[in-house]
Structures are given as C-alpha cells and as structure tokens.
Write a protein that binds this ligand. Structure first.
Ligand SMILES: O=C(O)CCC(=O)C(=O)O
Ligand SMILES: [Fe+2]
Length: 219
C-alpha cells in the first residue's frame, strides 16, 4: 500500500461478495468448482485467541443441534454465546463483518465451541433443511444461514481437523486461522457441497469461534 492508494471501506451488504473477500491480504481460495471457500491465516493474533478461549471456558454448556436426528453423539462439543456487550468481543465481531463485507445486523452473535478428547461435530451443513421439522423455529424471522466464518483459536495436539467431505478438502486447525464459506449456490439454493465434519480431537483440546450470517436481519 502506498499513500496514494484509496482506503477501501468495507461493504456492508446483505450478502458477501467473494471478490471482496479475495481482495484481502493473505487470503487463499480453496480450488473447488462446488464450494466457495476461503482461508486466511493469522486472522486473530495468539493473544486475541487466548482472550477468546478464556471467555469460552468461563461460560460453556453442552452443544445442541437443530433437527435432532436421534444420534446423541452427533455433536459432543461444548458451546458458549459470546457477550457482545464486551468491547473485546464487539471488536472481533466488527472485524468478521468487515472481512465478509456483510452488514452487522445480518449476523448471529458469535458462538464459541470447545472440543475435548473424543469430541466432534459429525458431518452437517450449517444451513437448516428447509423441509426440516425445526426450520420455522430457527428461521422464521431472520431466514436461513448464508455465510459461515470460523476461526481456530488453538491447535489440538492431534485430530480436530475440519473435513469438507463432498469436496475432499481437510483443513488443519492452526491458531488464528479463519475459514469463510458460502452456504448457498444462488439466493434460493443452498449448497450441499458445504457439508463438513469437525473431526474428533485425539489429543489436547480444540477451541473455535463460529459466526453465521442470515438472509434477513437477525436483530
Ligand atoms: O469445529 C469444526 O471444525 C467445525 C465446527 C462447525 O462446523 C460448526 O460449529 O458448525
Ligand atoms: Fe458447521
């Protein structure tokens, strides 16, 4: 960047523009014709990750899933809703919004997840099945989930990768690394190729944050 470069202000649109995301420094697009998936290392610093982990560990509860499928071991992690009244959390939220170029009101509050040894989130999509039993309960107001942003806050000693099963891509947890993907193909078609599996942690502990955007304002 030079002094004559224009300072771009982030878009604040209802949906992300992949060209905006691709324009960020150090962003890599995963080659796939079926899924728009980006990776950026060091989105958060080591110190920021440690501060988020402390907040997750102070306030976690067993994770749940929508459209319960009878498998009590489908998602065995713990979850925490981060407090957006906390200026540190609000600042990270604003950085996620600018990365995506999506207006703040379309975002759900950031969630934290913690996986101990043996814990996982089996293969799922982040969007809700439009014909699923729980669709209205989760989507009546804000609509379905559009984009997912996720940041690894640490590196478990073994296991804990995120595997995109349909496109055959496995992403290894690295402290501060961000993933961003589009859960839709077009505004009215969700993308089954976004299916992914938060694989079992084999040794150590894994923390991530997840940020989901909706079709309509969340609040
Ligand atoms: O932990 C992971 O690797 C994936 C998490 C995830 O898919 C989710 O929280 O929806
Ligand atoms: Fe997910």
């Amino acid at each position: 960047m030079t002094l004559s470069d224009p300072i771009l202000s982030p878009p604040a649109a209802p949906d992300a523009d992949p060209a905006w995301i691709a324009s960020h420094p150090r962003v890599q697009r995963v080659p796939s014709k079926d899924l728009t998936l980006f990776i950026q290392r060091d989105f958060l610093s080591l110190d920021e990750c440690a501060q988020v982990i402390a907040r997750i560990d102070a306030d976690r509860r067993p994770s749940t899933i929508a459209d319960a499928n009878g498998d009590g071991y489908f998602r065995t992690s713990e979850t925490c809703d981060l407090d957006h009244g906390d200026p540190f959390v609000a600042a990270i939220n604003a950085r996620l919004d600018s990365f995506a170029g999506i207006a703040t009101q379309y975002g759900e509050p950031i969630q934290g997840q913690r996986y101990g040894v043996g814990q996982e989130f089996k293969a799922h999509t982040d969007y809700f099945e439009p014909k699923g039993a729980d669709y209205d309960r989760f989507c009546a107001v804000a609509g379905n989930r559009t984009w997912t942003l996720m940041v690894y806050l640490n590196e478990p000693a073994a296991g804990g990768a995120t595997r995109f099963t349909k496109i055959g891509k496995t992403v290894q947890p690295e402290t501060g690394k961000l993933l961003a993907w589009n859960n839709r193909i077009t505004p009215d078609r969700f993308n089954p190729a976004s299916i992914h599996h938060g694989m079992k942690v084999r040794s150590g502990v894994k923390h991530v944050i997840t940020k989901w955007y909706r079709e309509r304002p969340w609040g």
